[in-house]
Design a protein around this ligand. Structure first.
Ligand SMILES: Cc1ncc(C[n+]2csc(CCOP(=O)(O)OP(=O)(O)O)c2C)c(N)n1
Length: 323
């Protein structure tokens, strides 16, 4: 189990925060095509969960997935290049924001399909453990995923076969514009009981609280326990998607947004450091991201002639139409 490390937690939430802010600038500049789902406000969850995992442990994430990839240890420069669609990106610019992966640090990928990441992670952890790997996994999903059949099937199989998966619900109160109270019967943590899984609810704005809850669950799972569920209560500080910056949907009262923003994981983690140390971290993160932006924008775009490369593991190329 990894112990408390306030410096590491602060560095991670600050890195994710500034990465996302830089990425939004690159969307506006037209360098990231199609926009992103910003993780702003939710950084404490990825930071806290991943701080309690080892490098070999596996994670899968969501459409709002940059924080998960970064917190698990992916290189921010190659991640940013991926978002910009460059060949120097983590996945040669072919995954983009919603399908970024870095198998080298156990990130099996962000995922655009709501509810899918839990099923992928459950299968992957099961397969690795059958081959003898002593690993656990964590999968992130939003409140909008908790009624998806695919996720509930993953709960069932993980519990039945005692697959050590931590199911982490990032409850930010909304699925796009749909409030959780209008969509979810019963409680989120309560769903775990139906499958005999332990469940905990935690303040997702406090990365140390998230790390503690995760570390305890991971210790139980490494000792042979089955899957567990954590509901992390959080708030999305920005838009569902950057496209919302243009359409200005009116679904969250300004007072609610102000209240949500008042509990900022970057400030909560930062208050645990000496101000001079905090300033040093901020400067180091800024320098790293300056270099990351330069690296991302310097990379070439993929050659369209290679569009069908890497589609088949066997090396077969796709048919060129006509049957
Ligand atoms: C299976 C599926 N249904 C619908 C969508 C469209 N969609 C994309 S994001 C989203 C909302 C997801 O909300 P939530 O899971 O709470 O995550 P959040 O966006 O709040 O992080 C929806 C409905 C999708 N991508 N996949």
């Amino acid at each position: 189990m990894t112990g408390s490390d306030p410096l590491r937690l602060y560095r991670t939430v600050r890195l994710i925060r500034r990465f996302e802010e830089r990425a939004i600038e690159l969307v506006r500049a037209g360098e990231i095509v199609g926009g992103i789902h910003p993780y702003l406000g939710q950084e404490g969850i990825a930071a806290g969960v991943c701080a309690a995992l080892d490098r070999e442990d596996l994670v899968t994430g969501t459409h709002r997935g940059h924080g998960h990839v970064l917190a698990k240890g992916a290189d921010p420069a190659r991640m940013l290049a991926e978002l910009c669609g460059r060949v120097t990106g983590l996945n040669r610019g072919r995954g983009g924001s919603m399908h970024a992966a870095d198998f080298g640090v156990g990130v099996l990928g962000a995922n655009a399909i709501v509810g899918a990441a839990g099923a992928i992670l459950t299968g992957a952890v099961w397969e690795r453990r059958r081959r003898g790997a002593d690993i656990v996994g964590a999968t992130f999903f939003g409140d909008g995923a908790v009624n998806e059949g695919m996720l509930l099937e993953a709960f069932n199989l993980a519990a039945l076969w005692r697959i050590p998966v931590l199911f982490v619900c990032e409850n930010n109160g909304y699925a796009t514009t749909m409030p959780v109270d209008g969509a979810v019967a019963g409680t989120i943590a309560g769903r775990a009981a139906a499958f005999g899984m332990p469940a905990a609810t935690v303040d997702g704005q406090d990365p140390e609280a998230v790390r503690e809850v995760t570390a305890a669950a991971v210790a139980r799972m490494r000792a042979g326990g089955g899957p567990e569920l954590v509901e992390a209560r959080t708030y999305r500080f920005d838009a569902h998607h950057t496209f919302e910056h243009q359409v200005r949907l009116d679904y969250r009262p300004p007072e609610e947004v102000a209240e949500g923003r008042s509990r900022d994981p970057v400030d909560i983690a930062g208050a645990r450091l000496d101000p001079a140390v905090r300033a040093e971290v901020d400067a180091a993160v800024e320098a790293e991201l300056d270099a990351a932006v330069d690296f991302a924008l310097a990379g070439p775009h993929p050659d369209p002639a290679t569009a069908l490369d890497h589609l088949y593991a066997s090396g077969l190329t796709a048919r060129t139409g006509g049957g």
